[in-house]
Design a binder for this molecule. Sequence first.
Ligand code: SAH
Length: 238
Amino acid sequence: MAAPKRFFVENMQEDMMLPEQEARHARNVLRLSEGDEVTLFDGSGREYSAVVTRADRQGISVHVVREDISDREPKTWVFLLIGALKGDKTELVVQKATELGVMRIGVFSSRYCSAYMNENKLERLRRVAREAAKQCLRASVPRVEYYETLEDALRAGSECVTRLFACEFITETESDIIDTGATVCAVVGSEGGFSEEEYALAQRLGYCGVSLGKRILRAETAAVALLAVIMHEAGELG
Ligand code: SAH
């Protein structure tokens, strides 16, 4: 039997209606009906088994029968800081980072960054994170925020034990990524890259420069590669 379908709900209750958008999909595409089992998640790391108690034009009602803590969340807490990217590239990074198990994402503007952010774009990124979490069976949805300056972003990550700054113009990694702490902040620049001053600022704030090899990667490749290395070193892959 196929796994129960997953739905994101914001305010979890024992008896509730699925949110409008989720209900439409559930009824028209998935053809859910009374008695079907579903899984609900609210982004908190918990997930809930529920049964459909009514499915009609008014909507879909569900009754929660069990609550579990998801076992799919990584033990290492990872915070990705990524420069705002052009087109839909930031969305791509949010999607991939969510799949790789990141817990928080900060999008920042920096000196050579030419993309801009607004409330709509941020809302869209949050939706991408929810959809990606749903698709990869996560029960946590990474929080997505925007920082107007690189400094604000770096300060937001300063409580992480390990702080890594992917810098395209250094030739050697300053620290051992292998020794990741319980919390890791990973910073990747936008298409325009970083300036020397920005790298110096990151160092002052306790970030270690990381090289991802001799080739210059696109920002989205760099983000995915760095996160995969961190998760691997943290023992989260395989
Ligand atoms: N415009 C820049 C490249 C920016 S690449 C140039 O022409 O030099 C975008 C971001 O990806 C960088 O800011 C960095 O965070 C990351 N990145 C790309 N290649 C990298 C590498 N070889 N080592 C470390 N970081 C890299």
